[in-house]
Ligand binder design. Structure first.
Ligand code: CA
Length: 244
């Protein structure tokens, strides 16, 4: 459980000695610590445990830290999670901190445990300040602007008139871009688990939404059909330069 004022930190490191060192020192620093040696498992733990920050080793056996960092940044649920990278390679630092991966800070091995704890605290402080500014519930990118509070939508500068369900579906897509969802999952997440709606209903709503938001509804580039699976929202197609 995440006690108020007590941050939960996820440590992803395959070397047991280092993991133990990090855990011990973070716990001494007042943090609750969960840990894994596996990058893939880290993704599941983030969704389940909702840690406040990730200490992520760059070199992992299954999926390396850079891939994990990239994946986290692409998922709306984890895009904002602060990441402190552990790296033995000073040469990687530019990439680690660059826009491409967006780690918030890094520590090179070997490191002083006190420095690690100090960095973690500093990154948490910074992210809490930034979080307040991100509260405003507006999505804006390229052709599309959505106000989640007032339920207003603009496309290419014009107001779009959407039904509540269409609005919720579009909101789901913009908040979960570039990921493939099957119909049942969409139904569950947008319609809620307790409704009796045929999965085909999604197709009807997608068709209507496409007529409203696609430049060519017969060749959709925003809401893409992934054959045999479901749908994927290709958020890059909102950028006018990339839309074709
Ligand atoms: Ca390692």
């Amino acid at each position: 459980m995440n006690l108020p004022g007590r941050h939960k930190i996820l440590v992803v490191e395959d070397e047991p000695d280092i993991r133990e060192l990090v855990r011990y020192n973070l716990e001494q620093g007042g943090f609750e610590v969960i840990e894994t040696d596996d990058g893939k498992q880290a993704l599941a733990l983030i969704e389940k445990e909702r840690p406040s920050l990730l200490v992520l080793d760059l070199m992992l056996p299954n999926a390396d830290g850079l891939d994990i960092c990239k994946m986290l940044r692409q998922r709306p649920q984890s895009a904002a999670i602060p990441i402190v990278m552990l790296t033995a390679k000073a040469a990687e630092v530019d990439r680690v901190l660059g826009l491409e991966l967006g780690a918030d800070d890094y520590i090179t091995k070997p490191f002083s445990p006190r420095e690690l704890v100090a960095r973690v605290k500093a990154v948490l402080r910074r992210s809490e300040t930034a979080h307040v500014e991100e509260r405003r519930e507006v999505f804006e990118r390229g052709r599309l602007r959505m106000d989640f509070e007032s339920h207003e939508v603009w496309l290419d500068g014009s107001v779009l008139s959407l039904s509540l369900r269409e609005f919720e579906l579009l909101k789901f897509f913009v908040r979960n871009p570039n990921r493939v969802f099957d119909r049942l999952t969409i139904l569950d997440l947008v319609w809620g688990g307790d409704t009796y709606v045929e999965p085909r209903t999604i197709d009807v709503h997608v068709r209507r939404l496409r007529i409203l938001v696609e430049q060519d509804a017969s060749r959709p580039d925003l809401i893409q059909t992934v054959r045999g699976v479901g749908y994927k929202f290709n958020i890059d197609a909102l950028d006018p330069a990339l839309a074709s």
